[in-house]
Design a protein. Structure first.
Length: 479
C-alpha cells in the first residue's frame, strides 16, 4: 500500500484521562455544529488501560473533590452541553438530591462515576488496551505514524496532529524504590486490599499534602488497632488557600496573563499561590485529624502520631515490613521505627513528552531550562523538519501556570486545542481559509458558539493499518 492510500486522522490522542476525554467531547460538539464535511475533525484516542479509570487507588469513600463540580469536562467551555456533571446527575435521577446536599464539591467516587459515564458515551472514539510505543515522522514532515501495541499485535495510525495527555507519574524520594511494603499513595487502596496482615501494628505516611492527610485518615480508620505516624518536614499540616480572591488564579483568563508574563513574574506568581494546590490540606480534614488525635490522648489510647519537622533518613525494606530511621530535624535525633508498611505521599512529576513521542520527540525545541517550548495553544514547538502538530495537555506549568495539570482548565483548554486544529495554516488546513472557528464553545467569548451534542459522528472513521513492530518502547504513563 502506498503512502497516498493510507487514511489519515486529523487527530490522534495519546491517553484517555479527563484531559483527552474533555477534548474528545469538544471534538464531537464541534463536529455536530459543522455544516460541511471538510470542516469536521476525524479523531481517535489510544489508552493503555483496559477501561476508563482516574486515580482509582485514591477513591476513598468519604473523600470530596477540591474543585467545584462546575469545573467539569465541559461547563466552562459550553454550559449547555449534555456532558456536564449536572446532566449526569439528571441522567441518574440524583439532581434534586444533589441540590439538597448543598455543596459545590461532590464525592470523589461520584465524580469518577461521572467521568466514567462521559467516557462510556465516547467509547467509539477510543481504543483501550493500546500502549503507544512510538510516534514516527512520515517523510515530508506533515504527518506522523502513531504506533501502539495491544493484545492482538501492533497498530499504526497516521495523523496530522497528536495530543499527548498521559497525566503525571508518581514520584518517590531519591533512593526509594517501590516494594512489597513500600507504597506510593497513588495505589494505597489496591495495596490495602491485598494487605495480608490481619492486625498490623504501625504504618508510616510520608508527606504533608492532601494525599498524605487522606492516606493517614484512611489507614487510621481501616486498621483500628494500628498506630499511624505521619512524617513531614513542616511543623504541622498547612491549610489550602481556597479563598475567593486566591481562587482567581484558576480562572481561564489567567492562563493568558501567565503565558505572556516575563519569566521572573511567572515564578513570582507561582510561588505566591503554591498554597492553593501544593503541600496543603483541606481545612476540614486537618480539623478532623486533630480531633481524632486529641480524643485519643484524652482516652489514653494514642494511635495517631504527628512526627513533625522530621524526615526519613534511612529505609530498609523487607517482605514483611520496613525499618525506617526518623530524623527529628531541629535536634538531629534519629529514631529507628519498625512498621508494617510505609506510604510515600510525595507527589507526582510530569511525564516527559519526548519520552511518549518517541522518534518525534527528537524534534522538540527546548528552553534554557531544558523544558519543552510550547505555544499558548498548547502546541509543542518543533524544528522546521516536523510540521505535524504535536500538542501537550499537562506538563506545561512552566508556560501556562498552576492550572496546567488540574481539572480546572480542562474544558476551556480542550476548546482552545480544537480551535487551533481548525485555524488557517494548521496541519491539514488550507492557509487561505479565512473563516473564524473561534474557541469552540468557550463561554463569554465573542463568536464562540455553543454546539449541541448530537451523538459521536466522527467523519469517515478510517481503517487502521498494521505496520511492523516498533523498535522503541515509550509506553504512556498512567494518569
Amino acid at each position: 500500500m502506498s503512502s497516498s492510500d493510507i487514511d489519515v486522522y486529523d487527530l490522534v490522542g495519546i491517553g484517555f484521562g479527563p484531559s483527552n476525554l474533555a477534548l474528545a467531547i469538544a471534538v464531537e460538539e464541534h463536529n455536530a455544529g459543522c455544516d460541511r464535511g471538510q470542516d469536521r475533525i476525524s479523531a481517535v484516542f489510544l489508552e493503555r488501560q483496559d477501561d476508563f479509570g482516574w486515580h482509582r487507588g485514591m477513591l476513598f469513600e468519604d473523600a470530596t473533590m477540591q474543585v467545584s463540580f462546575l469545573k467539569d469536562l465541559v461547563t466552562m467551555r459550553n454550559p449547555t452541553s449534555d456532558f456536564s456533571f449536572v446532566a449526569y446527575l439528571h441522567a441518574h435521577d440524583r439532581l434534586a438530591d444533589f441540590i439538597n446536599y448543598k455543596t459545590m464539591y461532590p464525592l470523589r467516587v461520584e465524580f469518577h462515576d461521572y467521568l466514567s459515564w462521559a467516557a462510556g458515551r465516547m467509547r467509539s472514539a477510543v481504543h483501550y488496551g493500546h500502549t503507544v510505543t512510538d510516534v514516527r515522522p512520515v517523510e515530508g514532515g506533515d504527518l506522523v505514524d502513531v504506533v501502539s501495541t495491544h493484545a492482538d499485535g501492533v497498530r499504526t495510525i497516521r495523523a496530522r496532529n497528536v495530543v499527548v495527555a498521559v497525566g503525571l507519574e508518581s514520584s518517590l524520594p531519591p533512593g526509594v524504590n517501590p516494594a512489597e511494603r513500600v507504597w506510593h499513595n497513588l495505589d494505597i487502596l489496591h495495596r490495602a486490599a491485598d494487605f495480608d496482615e490481619a492486625e498490623p501494628r504501625r504504618f508510616l505516611v510520608v508527606g504533608a499534602g492532601q494525599s498524605a492527610a487522606e492516606s493517614v485518615s484512611f489507614l487510621h480508620g481501616r486498621y483500628p488497632s494500628a498506630e499511624v505516624c505521619s512524617v513531614f518536614f513542616r511543623y504541622g499540616y498547612s491549610p489550602a488557600d481556597d479563598s475567593n480572591f486566591a481562587n482567581g488564579i484558576f480562572d481561564p483568563e489567567v492562563v493568558d496573563l501567565y503565558y505572556h508574563a516575563p519569566g521572573d513574574v511567572k515564578r513570582m506568581l507561582f510561588d505566591y499561590h503554591r498554597n492553593t494546590n501544593y503541600s496543603v490540606v483541606d481545612g476540614d480534614l486537618i480539623e478532623e485529624l486533630y480531633r481524632r488525635q486529641y480524643r485519643e490522648r484524652v482516652l489514653g489510647r494514642p494511635r495517631l502520631r504527628m512526627l513533625n519537622a522530621s524526615r526519613v533518613a534511612e529505609l530498609t525494606a523487607r517482605p514483611d515490613g520496613v525499618t525506617a530511621v526518623i530524623e527529628h530535624l531541629p535536634s538531629g535525633t534519629r529514631t529507628p521505627m519498625e512498621a508494617d508498611a510505609i506510604v510515600f505521599a510525595t507527589g507526582y512529576r510530569p511525564v516527559d513528552a519526548a519520552r511518549v513521542l518517541g522518534a518525534a520527540g527528537a524534534f522538540l525545541c527546548r528552553d534554557e531550562e531544558n523544558l519543552p517550548r510550547v505555544g499558548r495553544d498548547y502546541r509543542l514547538v518543533t524544528d522546521e523538519r516536523l510540521r505535524a502538530g504535536l500538542y501537550l495537555q499537562g506538563g506545561t506549568e512552566h508556560a501556562h501556570g498552576i492550572t496546567a495539570t488540574l481539572l480546572s482548565a480542562g474544558a476551556v483548554r480542550a476548546g482552545e486545542i480544537v480551535a487551533a486544529l481548525r485555524r488557517p495554516g494548521a496541519p491539514g488546513r488550507p492557509a487561505d481559509d479565512q473563516r473564524d472557528f473561534g474557541e469552540v464553545g468557550r463561554s463569554g467569548r465573542p463568536g464562540a458558539p455553543y454546539f449541541a451534542e448530537d451523538g459521536l459522528t466522527m467523519a469517515g472513521r478510517n481503517p487502521i493499518t498494521a505496520l511492523p513492530r516498533a523498535s522503541t518502547s515509550n509506553a504512556a504513563a498512567p494518569r
